[in-house]
Design a protein around this ligand. Structure first.
Ligand code: CO
Length: 455
């Protein structure tokens, strides 16, 4: 059966390689051509793209989405959605989650890929229910990681739960690129045998094994793979779309993409890639093979964050110690997958443990919140001794973290009625506070006026 392809160049490719700096003007001419290439879908929105539009590019992310929709009348558009965190870094109330899903679909999204860093399905429920309610394709992604609890049985059990929740498809999201070919074969075979869901695989080239892993997943019957158009492929991004189109040509898996269209789109995107190479946004390091992540199970983005944290403190000589401390902290915390926001939290704690010379002498607020249960349920029990050292006998919540959050959409709408001209503006503010407020003031030419925002 023909393998379906989702091209990620305009979202994950841009995020992984050039700090999400692609502008709408750079995206549209590429999207227009890709629309005619025969893809299953294009991943174009969500993750960091929204944040980057408001913070760095002075662009309205909603306008970008509408423009891409217009440029792509033939192809499904896909977004990435961090469960109850939406596109932000903490939990939002259910009414904001629902409204965000509704508006994403109204503005042009077809497929919403929902995931939770901890694979705590309670954190997926609001987004999933809303996606089904507003007739989107709801894909649930399971964060892939390795640990004594993250076995094939663990993923199969979760996949069955996800199927019951009403998801239309399932994605294995290997953000670190640590899934090995034979493990992928086993995992995908079991998922295909024990659920009816179409299965998609999302991985990264960081460790140098991704193409092999995809190929074995195809043998096991994976339905969809995520690849990126060549100018933003490889390194910490996905494998090149063109490579798979050539490699599978004439086989029963032939994705049948229009190679001429791919070449045409790649020629356009290559100009942007060259620009970011020249101005230093695209770093050679991001394109190098890094098998060390297989040893320490640390995602590529996290490696470079750790390096820059240590570099700033003039402590690069501690890099190996910190790399060894990351898996130790992760074990203490009950093996959370290292994806946003857990990757940053675990990384910061590891740096503190090494730099202070005493483990958990200093602890960031986010780790304390995590131990209080405020991010959801840890995949495995946390280290009790360490928990006691950090939060003593404090109560740990066992309910869903968003259960106690008051609705806030209508409140924000009223509060910011002079700045937010539509519901989409209110959602930008709900997620990115001051960053969105100053963007909207610039957009509507309101900087000079005084606002009483506490009306
Ligand atoms: Co990714």
């Amino acid at each position: 059966m023909s393998v379906k392809i989702v091209d990620t160049a305009l979202r994950d490719g841009s995020q992984s390689l050039i700090a999400t700096r692609l502008t709408t003007d750079e995206i549209l001419p590429v999207a227009k051509v890709l629309d005619k290439a025969g893809y299953y879908a294009l991943e174009v929105w969500g993750g960091a793209t929204f944040d980057s539009c408001l913070r760095f590019l002075d662009e309205d992310p909603w306008e970008r989405l509408r423009a891409i929709r217009k440029a792509c009348p033939h192809t499904k558009l896909q977004m990435l959605f961090r469960g109850q965190n939406i596109l932000g870094y903490h939990h939002y109330p259910d009414d904001v989650v629902e409204k965000f899903v509704q508006k994403s679909i109204e503005n042009g999204i077809d497929i919403i890929r929902v995931f939770d860093a901890l694979n705590d399905v309670r954190n997926l429920k609001s987004a999933v229910d809303a996606c089904i309610k507003y007739h989107g394709h709801c894909q649930i992604a399971l964060s892939y990681t390795t640990s004594p609890v993250h076995t094939v049985d663990y993923y199969v059990k979760l996949a069955k739960e996800v199927e019951k929740m009403g998801a239309h498809s399932l994605c294995i999201k290997d953000m670190a690129g640590v899934l090995l070919p034979e493990d992928a074969y086993e995992l995908i075979s079991r998922l295909k045998a024990e659920t009816k869901l179409p299965i998609e695989l999302h991985s990264h080239c960081t460790a140098g094994v991704c193409e092999m892993t995809y190929r074995r997943a195809i043998d096991a019957g994976v339905d969809i793979i995520d690849t990126a158009l060549s100018p933003l492929a490889g390194g910490t991004s996905q494998p090149a779309t063109e490579a798979f189109n050539y490699a599978l040509k004439g086989t029963k898996y032939d994705p049948k993409l229009d190679q001429e269209k791919l070449d045409e789109a790649a020629a356009i995107l290559q100009k942007s890639r060259d620009k970011y190479l020249k101005n230093g946004t695209l770093k050679a390091k991001a394109l190098c093979v890094n098998p060390r992540i297989l040893k320490y199970q640390v995602p590529g983005g996290m490696l470079s964050n750790l390096m820059s944290q240590l570099d700033k403190q003039g402590a690069m000589d501690k890099f190996e110690d910190v790399l060894k401390e990351v898996p130790a902290v992760r074990k203490d915390m009950g093996y959370p997958p290292l994806v946003t926001p857990l990757s940053q939290m675990v990384g910061t704690q590891a740096v503190m443990n090494v730099m202070t010379g005493e483990r958990y002498k200093m602890v960031p607020k986010e780790i304390k919140d995590y131990l209080h249960g405020l991010y959801g349920k840890a995949p495995a029990p946390v280290n009790e001794e360490i928990k006691k050292k950090i939060i003593g006998d404090d109560e740990v919540i066992t309910y869903r973290p968003a259960d106690k959050l008051e609705p806030e959409f209508e409140k924000l709408k009223k509060q910011y009625k002079k700045i937010a001209k539509c519901d989409e503006d209110v959602l930008s503010i709900a997620l990115f506070d001051q960053v969105a407020i100053s963007f909207l003031k610039r957009k509507y030419g309101l900087e000079a006026e005084e606002f009483n925002v506490t009306l």
